[in-house]
Design a protein around this ligand. Structure first.
Ligand SMILES: *Cc1c(COP(=O)(O)O)cnc(C)c1O
Length: 434
């Protein structure tokens, strides 16, 4: 669809005031509620304000909206007709293609406002961690555009084994350190103990926060889970709504994959608000890996947001911050919990979670590539597996439904994972775990 920039929303949609129950507040390990101003040494002030905001919509700064347009928003809404006919389904399948954004995923939608608010608050450097590098490369590009320095702690094994996104970050001018690094005391202590330490996201977060606390004009940025991150992603669903309306369509089923929950929420929340108001009876399906089943098998309780236990406790569906996450290919879905708002909506029965084993997901991804041309990121292929199951169900029931899903990213920098799958090397991690 070639539709113009007027489709790019002027506001983000905040789910907080529409939730069926109040969202439990973050607390400290010894019990008291965390006050917003206590977070301002870590995050930009405006981002903290958005995190707790009760406004229904929050204005997108014009500068940010202009960059969204410059980089390619609105993203295309495409129809997967070949997949429909292959499955002999009466359902119509549409998807939002976030892989069309320059760093190849939806993550740039929040990276830009995060870098922007930091820059106007006089922050000179933003610091973050990254695993496979999708979030790190998005923030690196955002920093380059807005004029803020970017420092990324990249999990050491990924730094050496997945060099392409590391190079992309460096192209955009970011400083990238393999974590654990010599740059922080925590990293140095780990390297002294064991120089071959492969690192983990938990260690990288600890280093990023230590680094931020050491420099007055540094702040930390996070790529998923938090309310303000999900808020920024709602441009996806708002665009999709108008694009579908122009085609005379309205979705009956909405599907996305879930790591921390941001791409799912970005597509789904603008539609869920309508469902909560009783306007629509849309169904929502959140697809996750069977190896990291926080939505389908997690407990709804207070837990640390990170592996190291440095963050406040947040109430969410979690497998426990110590959960040993198997080394599945969908690196972006390797998170022990899920966003607090998404967890609450699953708990209240408004979103149905499903979990798939890795091999089924690759099968779905490859089928999609052969039929539609786009090779999905292994993360996004989880959503595609759910789409296929729903389309087959619609065939059996003979219902002419409209299915909408989020193709959160392309898989062109994940070819190694597909190579392993084709070469039979993809482990049945799920069988050993279940
Ligand atoms: C990071 C990532 C995800 C998972 O993160 P969410 O916050 O759950 O969206 C999914 N798909 C892609 C392509 C990603 O880069």
């Amino acid at each position: 669809m070639a539709l113009g920039e007027e489709l790019v929303p002027k506001f983000w949609i905040n789910i907080l005031p529409s939730l069926p129950k109040a969202l439990p507040k973050p607390i400290k390990p010894d019990g008291p509620v965390v006050k917003p101003n206590e977070l301002e040494r870590i995050f930009a002030g405006e981002l903290v304000r958005q995190e707790f905001s009760s406004e229904e919509r929050i204005k997108i700064p014009e500068y940010v909206r202009d960059i969204y347009i410059e980089l390619g928003r609105p993203t295309p809404l495409l129809r997967a007709r070949m997949l429909e006919s292959f499955l002999h389904t009466p359902a119509r399948i549409f998807f939002k293609y976030e892989g069309a954004m320059p760093t190849g995923s939806h993550k740039i939608n929040t990276a830009i406002p995060q870098a922007y608010y930091n820059s106007i608050e006089g922050i000179e450097r933003v610091v973050t961690e990254t695993g496979a590098g999708q979030w790190g490369s998005a923030l690196s590009l955002a920093g380059a555009l807005v004029g803020v320095k970017v420092r990324v702690f990249m999990v050491r094994v990924s730094y050496y084994q997945k060099p392409y996104r590391r190079t992309l970050m460096q192209v955009y001018g970011a400083e990238v350190y393999p974590s654990p690094s010599e740059l922080t005391e925590f990293g140095s202590s780990l390297l002294r103990e064991y120089p071959e330490n492969p690192g983990s996201l938990g260690i990288a977060i600890s280093e990023a926060i230590e680094d931020v606390l050491r420099a007055e004009k540094s702040r930390y940025c996070l790529g998923s889970v938090l309310n303000h991150v999900l808020l920024h992603q709602t441009v996806i669903g708002q665009e999709a709504k108008v694009q579908l309306e122009l085609l005379g369509e309205h979705p009956d089923v909405i599907i996305g994959c879930v790591g921390g929950g941001s791409n799912f929420a970005g597509l789904a929340y603008p539609f869920i608000v309508d469902k909560l108001l009783g306007k629509r009876s849309t169904r929502f399906i959140a697809a996750e890996p069977k190896a990291v089943p926080s939505l389908t098998s997690g407990d709804y309780r207070y837990d640390y947001g990170d592996t190291a236990g440095l963050t406040p406790l947040i109430k969410m569906l979690t497998l426990g911050h110590n959960y040993k996450i198997p080394p599945i290919h969908a690196g972006g879905l390797r998170y022990h919990g899920a966003a607090p708002t998404l967890s609450l909506l699953v708990k209240e029965g408004l979103i149905n979670p499903v979990a798939y084993p890795q091999k089924k997901v690759f099968e779905a991804g490859i089928l999609f590539a052969k039929l539609e041309g786009i090779l999905p990121a292994p993360e996004s292929a989880h959503a595609i597996k759910a789409v296929i199951d729903e389309a087959i169900r619609a065939r059996k029931e003979g219902t002419k439904e409209t299915i909408l899903f989020n193709l959160s990213g392309h898989g062109l920098l994940d070819l190694k994972s597909y190579e392993d799958y084709l070469g039979g090397k993809t482990k049945s991690v799920d069988k050993t775990f279940y």
